[in-house]
Write a protein of this length. Structure first.
Ligand code: CAA
Length: 293
């Protein structure tokens, strides 16, 4: 069944090579998924060799775990490893038809990344962003071809979470959107089309939930009580474990974006901001560190 709002699937373009900008945890998880499900070459880029090595190393490590569990045959494992490579320059994207970014959550940084990518890719290459809260329309404003920009928002852990939010910006055309849905299907994700609104849909709901837990602690509810109050409801993780999984900096950033857009509806915890600013654990759980990597 075609997801609500998805265009005619016959408009989708073929994807034969994927570029991933960034080699952090989210980017590396995405690279593994693309190589495993699309079975096409995937090139990761980042600013330094150490980050690239870590990203490619992560993919190899996860492939080894899947091999050990019997989820991949030795041939499949070797093939996936050989498909994922790292490059320090975006020239490696020249023949890519789908480039996705998972760099720092800052509009100016993402715009700069796409300006550089546009220099090397073809006019039809889809540009996808894994942004969790920023406006697609603003991100595409200075592109030569804003019609090929689309939001492609995964959830952590990428390998496990079935949901994919696909976001249409003001200029995104049907062929780009159809390609995004087709790729989402091959990745075996449940894709939903969401509006280009601050934090889209899922993070708006999650930020409300997480924001209230954090606010309860800020207001004096013992951490232990707030963290475990919902244990009996069958949620897969406690709220602070989820905050660690997402990354406190990402959580804070989404809260700030939502506060800016809807000041009366979303607050920003000063304690969470202090935790992120200090980069040190301890404001909430002692094991809550800035960087989930
Ligand atoms: N990478 C790859 N696989 C992972 C993984 C990871 N980081 N974490 C867990 N898994 C796999 C395990 O290998 C295991 O696979 P098998 O069944 O094949 O062995 C499976 O997931 C279950 O793992 P566990 O048994 O270890 O643990 P669990 O049952 O407690 O599940 C969880 C772990 C899937 C993370 C679960 O706790 C969960 O669903 N948590 C909620 C996560 C969530 O809400 N994510 C959304 C965050 S919001 C976001 O990301 C958006 C944003 O923009 C900020």
């Amino acid at each position: 069944k075609r997801p609500a709002g998805a265009p005619d699937p016959s408009l989708a373009r073929k994807v034969t090579k994927v570029g991933v900008v960034g080699a952090g945890l989210m980017a590396s998880q995405m690279a593994l998924l693309f190589a495993r499900r699309l079975e096409v070459p995937v090139v990761l880029t980042d600013l330094d060799q150490a980050r690239l090595d870590k990203g490619v190393g992560y993919v190899h490590g996860e492939v080894d775990k899947l091999l050990a569990k019997g989820r991949l045959s030795p041939d499949q494992a070797n093939r996936i490893k050989s498909l994922v490579t790292g490059s320090l320059t975006k020239d490696a994207f020249a023949d890519a038809d789908f480039v996705i970014e998972a760099v720092f959550e800052d509009l100016a940084v993402k715009k700069q990344v796409f300006a550089e990518v546009e220099e090397v890719v073809s006019a039809e290459c889809v540009l996808a962003t894994n942004t969790s809260s920023l406006s697609l329309t603003a991100m595409g404003a200075d592109l030569k071809h804003p019609e090929r920009l689309v939001g492609f928002h995964f959830f952590n852990p990428v390998a496990v979470m079935p949901l994919l939010e696909i976001i249409r910006g003001a200029a995104t055309d049907d062929a780009t959107l159809a390609t995004a849905f087709s790729v989402g299907k091959t990745l075996k994700k449940s894709s939903v089309l969401v509006k280009d609104a601050p934090a889209f849909v899922v993070n708006r709901l999650l930020t409300r939930f997480m924001g209230e837990v954090v606010a309860a602690v800020d207001e004096g509810t013992p951490l232990e009580t707030a963290e475990h109050a919902l244990d009996g409801l069958g949620l897969p993780m406690t709220p602070f474990a989820l905050l660690q999984l997402v990354g406190p900096a990402v959580g804070l950033h989404v809260a700030e974006t939502l506060h800016e857009a809807f000041p009366g509806r979303f607050g920003v915890s000063e304690n969470l901001a202090k935790l992120v600013e200090s980069g040190k654990p301890g404001v909430y759980r002692p094991d809550l560190t800035l960087d989930p990597e």
